[in-house]
Design a protein around this ligand. Sequence first.
Ligand code: C2E
Ligand code: CA
Ligand code: CA
Ligand code: CA
Length: 287
Amino acid sequence: LKNADTAMYHAKQKGNHYLFFNDSMNEQAVKRLQIENLMRFGLKEDHFVVYYQPKMDIRTGKLVGMEALVRFSTPKKGIISPGVFIPIAEETGQIIEIGEVVLDKACKDVKRWVDKGLFNGRVAVNLSAKQFSLPDLTARIDIILQKNQLPSYFLELEITEGTVMDDPQEAISIMRSLSSRGIHLAMDDFGTGYSSLAYLKQFPLNTLKVDKAFIDDMGSERGRNMVDSIVTIAHNLDLHVVAEGVEEEEQLALLKQLDCQTLQGYYYSKPLSSEEFERFLESETEH
Ligand code: C2E
Ligand code: CA
Ligand code: CA
Ligand code: CA
């Protein structure tokens, strides 16, 4: 907000130098402000929807869970990608409200699927750093679970390295309070941030998600060795491994060799709307 204001102030002051200031930096600031406003409006008007991407067991090909992924559907600009609005929402703090909308909707959907006998696994919901450091985080989550009458057994939270490495000791205590409720915890985008093996051992984690960037590199021997090392570390720490962004058959074959259990990616399915995912669940239970 501040940046956009200053940019426009300079633009006015400089008169005939207007074009110089109407550069990409200014445009970017204006765009951020537009998205911030769109998000404020979107939160009021219920424009945030949740998509679900299946997580499959690599050996059986059966669904074991899914990741909830937010989509921002605006009437005028269509769908805005999370890659665009999440970083802005992180900065403005709107991610707290958006994150709670996602958790609430995911709990509501999963409750319905559990009651219909269609699902008995866990839904993974992304937790941003801003949410993680809320002093009343666990109370907020409890309220949303209770409101939807969903036992914590059905929930997993995905947290990135950046979130927990900021203050690892504090993170351990927050993670313990979540974990003691039966909520599972996954380390998301593993290997892309600052990770410390010393801490990895102390965090009460259940799952380690190998970032898509590593899966993309599996075409080379070095890339394969890297994934091999990550999977080995995870197994030594008794963690479940999920490979993210698997698109090709060869990647799947290699991951099977490396003993990675769970796979998420376009190879099986793109993220699906709630209606599409329900149909997917129905087709799964048929056979
Ligand atoms: P992420 O948590 O790493 O989520 C995985 C991303 O990879 C998703 O992108 C998913 O659609 C994409 N993906 C999965 N498989 C494949 C594949 O085979 N190929 C390709 N090309 N992409 C694949 P998406 O939905 O665009 O989300 C991007 C990021 O936005 C997420 O990365 C996450 O960091 C953030 N995000 C999404 N939803 C939420 C949310 O509800 N809360 C928070 N805090 N962050 C979210
Ligand atoms: Ca994630
Ligand atoms: Ca991820
Ligand atoms: Ca990722």
